[in-house]
Design a protein around this ligand. Sequence first.
Ligand code: SF4
Length: 346
Amino acid sequence: MSNGPLLSVKGLKKHFPIKSGVFGRTTGYVLAVDGVDFDIEEGETFALVGESGCGKSTTGQAILRLTEPTAGSVVYRGEDVVAASDKRLRELRKQMQIVFQDPYSALNPRMTVGRAIEEILRVHGIAQGSEARRKVGRILQTCGLAPYHANRYPHEFSGGQRQRVVIARALALEPKLVVADEPISALDVSIQSQILNLLDDLQDKFGLTYLFISHDLSVVKHVADRVGVMYLGKLVEVADKRAFYDNPMHPYSEALLAAIPVSNPKLRRRRIILSGDVPSPANPPPGCPFHTRCPYAMRVCREKVPELKHAPDGRRVACHLVHGDYSEEERRDAEQEVERRKAVEA
Ligand code: SF4
């Protein structure tokens, strides 16, 4: 019998107030995350993808309550993280760790990495003294470093080694869930694959579950089991990796995948050109948030928000076109618009 997902996120929102004037009055809100729902099964890697500013990192931080959610629930192993007391949250955080993009700013430059990890072990009551030092040596070795690296300061490491230290620090508390927020994007291309391999090995060894946040769809293709695409604070498609890469359904997913360079011309995708800029999350468009850039936009798209609903193959997509929520007249108009754009592009 299944015990249910390890993590279940429902209706998660994070709205940042916009303050202005001398009295700092709230004049609006940036809807960074605006009602996101997904589950992550134990042992899987769920990737959140999208352009910069789409809300994927804020989603990761809201899940761990590094930023307090505005609304919604985050249920970890049956327990609502959002409703947890401060004391309980500290205990839950042992099981839910985060690895940030920039390993340098994630480490204290005035502390040896050994002391930094020992400190975490001590604060959480896991080990101290010689036992903590032994544990630090073992964790560093597990992450591809040597025990003597414990005596070094962050600036004495290369970028790749520093990210190994950050991963070691996250693992010190023996978490079940790791939020990996763009864990390789600040690294040299030549060492990115080493860190990806390390994350993969650690997942096998410790049965880790990953929420992998990335803007890079070619990286996600290698690491993810399932993919969630975000646009302007909302999920627009959630699908198994293979279904997503073979046959993206949401027009935004199509456009993102069409932008990945492919060496084999036979495998090149139909090119969708995204017109216009990403709208401001402080003033998102009505209806479908993607309608201002979507080549298939119909009248219904400008008026009605598409729900994230199941498609016949089981994935979830938020698009009127995919779900057939349009009139014949709208379909004809949209087709004409696509033809017109093709003619302009040609
Ligand atoms: Fe495009 Fe309409 Fe689908 Fe939005 S709902 S992605 S505008 S076709």
